[in-house]
Design a protein around this ligand. Structure first.
Ligand SMILES: CC(C)(COP(=O)(O)OP(=O)(O)OC[C@H]1O[C@@H](n2cnc3c(N)ncnc32)[C@H](O)[C@@H]1OP(=O)(O)O)[C@@H](O)C(=O)NCCC(=O)NCCS
Length: 228
C-alpha cells in the first residue's frame, strides 16, 4: 500500500529502472524537490519525529521544503517496495550517517542510498547488495583544482590535469561523484582512504539525473555463484 496519490506531485518526476548488461537489478529514481509551500504539509505528515525536528532546524524555508520532500519521497519509495505506508517505514543512521532500514524492516534485503543537490534528489534501490549514489550540478568551481589535488588518486588527478580547461568541470564532477558514490556505498566519510577500496567488488555507472546534473551509481557485485 502506498499513500502517495493524495500528495501533490513534484514539478519534475522521472522514474528510471537501470537494467543494463552490467548493472541488472538496480533501480534509480530521480525526483524534483520544488513544491508549492502550501503543499509541503502533506509531505511533512509522512516524516518521523526525528525527521520533523531536523526539518524544523533549517533556517531557509526553501531548504526546509526540499529536505521534507526528499525525505518523504524516500519513505514513499521504500514503502512501495516494502508494501507498507510511507510513514510506517522505520529508518536508522549508520555511524557516519548512512540511512538504513530499522526495526521490523532491519532484516529486509532491500538496500538503498540517496543523494540530493539543489532541487533534484536521486534514490538507488537494490536487493541484497549495498548501493551508493551521488549527484552534483555541473558547474565551474573555483577550488576544483585544490579539491582534485587533495582528494583524487594519482591516476584520477593525472587524468583530470590532462583535460583541456573547457573539459575540466565535467571531468571534475565525474570523478567526484564516483568517489562519493563509492564512499556512500561503503557508508564511510570523505576521509576514507580511497586507495583502500577494492574496486573489483563494486560496479560503477554514470547517469544523468536531470539536465545539467551528473550522477554516479556504485553497487556491490554479486558473488560469482549468484551470477548467471
Ligand atoms: C555522506 C557524504 C559523502 C554525503 O555527501 P553530499 O554530497 O554532501 O550529500 P548527498 O546529497 O550526496 O548525500 C546526502 C545523503 O546521503 C545519505 N548519507 C549520509 N551519510 C552517509 C554515509 N556516510 N554513507 C552513505 N550515505 C550517507 C543521507 O541519505 C543523506 O541525506 P540526508 O542528509 O537528507 O539524510 C558526506 O556528507 C560525508 O562525507 N559524510 C560523512 C560524515 C562523516 O564522515 N562523519 C564522521 C563521523 S563524525
Amino acid at each position: 500500500m502506498c499513500d502517495g496519490p493524495r500528495l501533490a506531485p513534484c514539478l519534475v518526476f522521472v522514474c528510471t529502472t537501470v537494467a543494463t548488461e552490467t548493472l541488472v537489478g538496480v533501480e534509480v529514481v530521480t525526483t524534483g524537490l520544488e513544491v508549492q509551500p502550501d503543499a509541503t504539509a502533506a509531505w511533512y505528515d509522512l516524516l518521523s519525529d526525528t525527521e520533523r525536528s531536523r526539518a524544523n532546524r533549517f533556517a531557509s524555508g526553501r531548504d526546509r521544503r526540499r529536505y521534507i520532500v526528499a525525505r518523504a519521497r524516500l519513505r514513499q519509495l521504500l514503502g512501495e517496495r516494502l508494501r507498507v505506508p510511507a510513514a510506517a517505514v522505520e529508518l536508522s543512521s549508520g555511524p557516519n550517517g548512512k540511512p538504513a532500514l530499522a526495526g521490523r524492516f532491519a532484516c529486509s534485503d532491500l538496500r538503498f542510498n540517496t543523494s540530493h543537490c539543489e532541487d533534484v534528489a536521486a534514490y538507488a534501490f537494490a536487493q541484497g547488495r549495498e548501493v551508493g549514489i551521488d549527484i552534483e550540478r555541473l558547474r565551474v568551481m573555483s577550488d576544483a583544482d585544490t579539491l582534485a589535488s587533495r582528494f583524487f588518486s594519482d591516476g584520477e588527478r593525472a587524468a583530470y590535469e590532462a583535460l583541456p580547461p573547457a573539459g575540466r568541470p565535467l571531468g571534475f564532477f565525474e570523478s567526484w561523484t564516483r568517489k562519493e558514490a563509492f564512499i556512500k556505498a561503503l557508508g564511510e566519510g570523505l576521509d576514507h582512504p580511497f586507495d583502500d577500496i577494492d574496486t573489483r567488488q563494486w560496479q560503477m555507472m554514470r547517469f544523468a539525473p536531470a539536465p545539467g546534473f551528473v550522477g554516479a551509481l556504485v553497487i556491490e557485485r554479486r558473488p560469482a555463484w549468484q551470477q548467471q
